[in-house]
Write a protein that binds this ligand. Sequence first.
Ligand code: IFM
Length: 462
Amino acid sequence: MKRLSIIALALLNLQLAAIEPYWDWSMLPHTSSPLFGQLLSFPKDFVWGTASSAYQIEGNVSANGKLVENTWTRDASKPQAGIGTDHWHRYKEDIDHIYESGMRVYRFHIDWSKIEPEQGHIDYDALEHYVDLVKYMISKGITPIVCLFHHTWPVWFADKGGFEKAANGEYFVRYARLIFDTLIQHDVHWWMTYNEPTGVVLEGYLRGKLPPGKVGCLRQAGQVLLNMYKTHVEIAQEFKKIDPSAQLGIAHVMQPLHPYHDYNPLEYAICRYFGYLNNQLTLDFMKTGMFNWGGLVKEQVDGASEAFDYVGLNYYTHTLIKQSSCPPFLPDTVAWRPFEIKAEKKALYAEGLYECIQKAAQVGKPIYITENGTSDNEGIVRDEYIKKHLFVVSKALREGYDIRGYFYWSLWDSFNWNGGFTKSYGLYAVDYAGKTLNRTLRDNAKPFVNIMRAHVGMQPIA
Ligand code: IFM
């Protein structure tokens, strides 16, 4: 039996061909070449921008030097952000960098745990800080997109059971309303309720990598997601009643799952099931209001399709599902095929962005690429990564896909959750080693920055 299993496993690991497409990129010129600029075209009203989350760049610093606990900081086993990039104090310099990069949209996050550190106690000084941030942005001609939830939330809310209990949704809606009432006075119309909600529930309830760190609770993950989506619909309805021009959406992270072996039906089955939960379910929900978490949690939510004005698409890479034993069948995830270029610990697979755009287009709403980028510690893949992903966006635009903007993740090196400060996603390097936290535009980011600068009529930088 054991011998048979070994032979079967060896056979299963004989890969015949990749099922997912790979394009021939050999003719694509370098980003700094004028030819590249000619090959790509973006409509005049296409917007370039960047994205961040509060804890990743501000740490848990709040108004008047207060340090605020949230669901991430209270887990001592996790790497901690401290003061992050000190964005709390250096936000003007950072907004200037956004402007100088030719970006005219900033997708940023207001941390609920800073605004309402204890239930019902609002820190108006913290709120005022975010008002100042918004005012400064607008004074520079940068449109704010305010994200209300990005991986951290107040501990009191978690202690009540967070989104595990549908009734708790009202606390988040109330918080959203406070931010809305404050910022509508400063001409804010773009909102994002949640960043990567499917990631939050799959990592938080299935793989245990994000708070609350539960493992194997697949059904509960679906219930939490449904409760989050229902608050999105409620928030959209409230905001739109007062501001009919309000634009609401979420940032949906899509990661195509592909079978490692082109003939393995078990790998196909896993890809189909988890690919649906991970990617397609949210698109179906945006389009029809039907929420079907793989048969485990099912509900039709009224008003959902009117609650999404755009599809925010976060894309980084694809994942391969590989059978690792036989029997029993144990699936494993593999980050790249041997011939793929590695962007840090991920495959540089820009073709996957095209696949995601095609799927996102089914919703029938404008698409914004709300996150895309790579960590590049060795300084060798960023330009290649950006070049290929921009090519994909431009090709999709040429083919008629309604893509309105692209937000790079991220402008600065920042704290990256379980990766701590070991990742270099930034177009700007941040001097953590020397403790100055000074920001420096990386050479390999300049060709991209010059594309964005040209788009808004700015001269290239050397
Ligand atoms: O840093 C994260 C971000 O918080 C969510 N999307 C992916 C990024 C890169 O890992």
